[in-house]
Ligand binder design. Structure first.
Ligand code: FAD
Length: 364
């Protein structure tokens, strides 16, 4: 490596590696250094080496929730690919399912469903690896991992140590956690889920309930199939033949606002003739005193349509929340489109949309 510290001989660190193929957006530049780490010891030694040498560090899982800068990353990217999952304990009511960070999350969900364990079935089909799930408290169709994570095993770069954080210490909130609020501090090595052994599947979401209305059975496997089929209709599963496939799923989070702010947005929608009554605007309980608005509804009613195209990027033809790379584009183009969508929503409703994906490198 020119101009940097000598690489540790016992780690297979590669130089000048394109990152786009490791992301679902297939965008972005190269990593100065890259390690595909398949065991915990390699992750630990690579993290310690980077920190001791002052080399900037970024952690990658399945790359399904990141935007990599076109200029790439001038440091070490560690792809945490540690595999292995097992049911570690079972009592009368629950089982503990322990997974290394590098297991595909959907393989874990599928395993849980096959074992008759509840709590994950509505999150079927979410791309990415288990290690990233606590970071943004992954969720879908009325379930989120915060409900079933018991603990998370981490490397803490601030104290150069490895330990287990119980769920109560993870600071989980809607698409948020301590891991996200203290970016760069923790590397997740493994996650323990505590899953109910008996009881029916979770059917909290009206779309899942509707899909199940005609089903003969209402078990975990039926819910998984219903969710997968709903997700396929919206291009929300990874499918190499889908023209909307290069995305990070939803690009924006649903805004959490106070009740008063939600009332102002609804009255603005009425003023603009976008609804016939204020009740028409979708809103959901968002915790004490807070209301969750639908980012998709706001975007569509701000005049951004599915299928909108700006150069090599655009809005998915199947889901207005997903921004899509059509090939041959750049991260800058995608972020310009994201800024355009944010501006339309802000100008129309006075609401700021927060992007969901993390950034690697200096994105402009
Ligand atoms: C088609 C599609 C549909 C999606 N649907 C959903 C959905 O329904 N719900 C939802 O919540 N998300 C959804 N997503 C987003 C994404 O799949 C999830 O956020 C997923 O958990 C990201 O996992 P990943 O391994 O790809 O993480 P990456 O994209 O690689 O990383 C995401 C962030 O986590 C950090 N990270 C990754 N691994 C580790 C680790 N081991 N230790 C510490 N930090 C780590 C990274 O540094 C980065 O900040 C979707 C994405 C796509 C492409």
């Amino acid at each position: 490596m020119s101009g940097g510290p000598a690489l540790p001989p016992d780690l297979a660190i590669r130089e000048d590696v394109p990152l786009a193929p490791f992301t679902t957006l297939e965008l972005g530049g190269r990593a100065r250094l890259f390690l595909d780490a398949t065991d915990g010891d390699s992750v630990w030694r690579a993290v310690r080496w980077a920190d001791e040498m002052g080399v900037p560090l970024a952690v990658l899982g399945g790359g399904s929730n990141v935007v990599v800068a076109d200029e790439g990353f001038d440091g070490l990217v560690i792809r945490v690919g540690i595999r292995g999952m097992a049911i570690t304990t079972r009592d009368e009511h629950h089982a503990h399912l322990t997974s290394a960070a590098g297991e595909p999350f959907d393989a874990l969900v599928s395993h849980a469903v096959a074992e008759g364990l509840g709590g994950l079935e509505c999150m079927s089909g979410i791309p990415g690896l288990v290690g990233a799930t606590p970071v943004q408290n992954v969720g879908a169709y009325g379930q989120e991992v915060a409900e079933t994570i018991e603990s998370v095993r981490v490397i803490d770069r601030a104290t150069a140590s490895t330990y287990t954080i119980p769920a109560t210490g993870c600071g989980f909130a809607y698409r948020d956690s301590r891991f996200k609020r203290e970016p760069g501090r923790f590397v997740v090595l493994a996650v323990v889920f505590r899953l109910p052994r008996h009881g029916g599947p979770c059917v909290r979401h009206e779309q899942v309930a509707r899909a199940l209305a005609a089903a003969e059975r209402r078990d975990l496997a039926t819910v998984r199939e219903a969710v997968l089929s709903l997700r396929r209709e919206k291009s929300m599963v990874l499918d190499p033949s889908d023209p909307n496939r290069r995305s990070v799923g939803s690009f924006f989070m649903n805004p959490l606002v106070t009740k008063d702010a939600a009332a102002r947005v609804a009255s603005r929608a009425l003023e603009l003739d976008l609804v016939r009554s204020e009740d028409e605007m979708p809103r959901f309980l968002g915790g004490p005193g807070m209301v969750k608005l639908s980012a998709a509804w706001l975007i569509e009613h701000a005049g951004v349509s599915r299928g909108l195209r700006q150069g090599n990027v655009g809005v998915s033809t199947r889901h207005v929340l997903a921004l899509v790379h059509h090939g041959g584009g750049s991260a800058a183009e995608l972020l310009a489109l994201a800024a355009y969508v944010q501006r339309r929503v802000s100008d129309t409703f006075g609401v700021t949309l927060t992007p969901e994906p993390a950034r690697i490198g200096h994105c402009v």
